[in-house]
Design a protein around this ligand. Structure first.
Ligand code: SDX
Length: 432
């Protein structure tokens, strides 16, 4: 799959005329190739937050923000969540096609080969306080994988890249569960490869060596869908961080650790935790108008967590699926009238009828309902972004691998508009 040059774009600057190739992709906005702008004109473009900037060509994920559609390798997210499973989605994102049964079985066997982590890694956890945020632990231990798996850090060897991708997909649930168990002071649970990916994860989180309890299949299916919904999302902040780290030649484990760090922010993957804290702070549907007013107040830094998106100017399709999972899980658990869900549903209704949110096209995003589901599955709030990271790892490694294979990619090195001091002479301390 490739792009094609559709036409030329012209720019007139200080009397000089420059032209730039306009590239057309499969679907979505065309791009102006301005890579020669500085060489030709001595000028940079300026686009803080990259609202109008494409930093790569990709075949992995497509988002239509106006329509509210999300495609993984061309397949709609709701179909994959409803009809597929997470490991199948991992195969799709990594390899570009859905696996047949034989390919799926081989892939599952491969991932299962890597679910254990080196026993020496256990010692890292004893170094963290029990109340350490699990995202802090994940930043540390995922980066530390570079110190253990030297046979899969040569980024120029496609086979080593493949193994690193598989190791990361396989080990993230194990490490995430270890981070959770550490916070509880409970023994780590080993992976059980006779369980499917999501059930294995839930068992490592909630199982105990003193009992052999069956994992609830409905909850495991819900967990699997949550992982699918989080698997990839084009060039979001954490994926862009992974690509930028990878562009320097950093090893894959270090790159994924950088993605985890970026995801932690409340404007990004930390929004699911922030959203639940917001719903708990609102506490009662009667308080919603006051918080909506705060969210609209330019002088108030408060924002509705789980609302708004850089790309979606319509419903986030993942939020719709997540809302459905939310009702399924709560019904299955017999939780009637969950207070946080009641507040979330009322908040969504009020916000979507408010001009401010309508005009700014602010809709619920993936993080609006995910926290309620994750809480119902038994996870504490500080594990919510860890679950996001577990799901997103396959997107990060797929995008990282695509970047390495892209011969046009070079080290990422943005420039700036300098507004600091002009050249000036040093003044000795005694003269200041
Ligand atoms: C994720 O990029 C991805 O794909 C991310 C993600 C993924 O899967 O990787 O989808 C996951 O990160 C989802 C987003 C989770 N974050 C939140 O829910 C935090 C709350 N949302 C906002 O912080 C915000 O909407 C962002 C960060 C998500 C998007 O920010 P943008 O694109 O920079 O938009 P903006 O801040 O310029 O907002 C545009 C306007 C502003 O008002 P004006 O300055 O134009 O007057 O909308 C307002 C904002 O103040 N606004 C909000 C709001 N979000 C935007 N006002 C109140 N509440 C909000 N949530």
């Amino acid at each position: 799959m490739t792009d094609k040059i559709k036409e030329k774009a012209n720019l007139k600057l200080n009397g000089d005329l420059y032209d730039f190739d306009v590239h057309e992709g499969t679907i979505g906005p065309d791009v102006l190739d301005i890579s020669k702008l500085y060489a030709q004109s001595g000028k940079f473009t300026y686009d803080p937050g990259f609202t109008s900037t494409a930093n790569c060509k990709s075949t992995i994920t497509y988002i239509d923000g106006e329509e509210g559609t999300l495609l993984y390798r061309g397949y709609p997210i709701d179909q994959l969540a409803e009809q597929g499973n997470y490991l199948e989605t991992c195969y799709l994102l990594l390899n570009g096609e859905l696996p047949n049964q034989d390919e799926y079985n081989k892939f599952e066997e491969t991932i299962n080969e890597y679910t254990l982590v080196n026993e020496q890694l256990n010692r890292f956890f004893t170094g963290f306080r029990p109340d350490a945020h699990p995202m802090a632990i994940m930043c540390g231990v995922v980066g530390a994988l570079s110190a253990f798996y030297h046979d899969s850090i040569d980024i120029n060897d496609p086979e080593q890249r493949r193994i690193a991708c598989h190791r990361l997909i396989a080990k993230m649930p194990t490490l995430a569960a270890m981070a959770y168990k550490h916070s509880l002071g409970q023994p780590f649970m080993y992976p059980k490869n006779d369980l499917d990916y999501a059930a294995n994860f839930l068992n490592m989180c909630f199982g105990l060596p003193t009992e052999d309890k069956e994992v609830d299949t409905t909850l495991a299916k819900a967990m699997d869908k949550i992982l699918i919904l989080h698997a990839d999302h084009e060039q979001n902040a954490s994926t862009s961080t992974v690509r930028l780290a990878g562009s320097s030649g950093a090893n894959p484990f270090a790159c994924i650790a950088s993605g985890i760090a970026c995801l932690w922010g409340p404007a990004h993957g930390g929004a699911n935790e922030a959203c639940i804290r917001m719903l708990e702070e609102i506490n009662n549907v009667d308080n919603i108008p006051e918080y909506v007013k705060k969210a609209k107040d330019k002088n108030d830094p408060f924002r509705l967590m789980g609302f708004g998106h850089r790309v979606y100017k319509n419903f986030d399709p993942r939020a719709k699926v997540m809302q459905k999972i939310c009702h399924e899980v709560l019904d299955h658990l017999g939780i009637k009238d969950d207070p946080l869900l009641a507040i979330a549903v009322e908040l969504e209704k009020i916000a979507l009828e408010d001009d401010y949110f309508v005009e700014k096209k602010l809709y619920p995003n993936i993080d609006f309902y995910s926290g309620i589901v994750m809480k119902s599955l038994g996870f504490p709030m500080d594990m919510f972004t860890v679950l996001f990271a577990v799901g997103r790892t396959v997107g990060w490694v797929s995008q990282w691998n695509e970047m390495i294979e892209d011969t046009s990619q070079r080290i990422g090195r943005p420039r700036q508009l300098y507004i600091g001091n002009e050249h000036r002479q040093y003044i000795g301390m005694h003269k200041r």
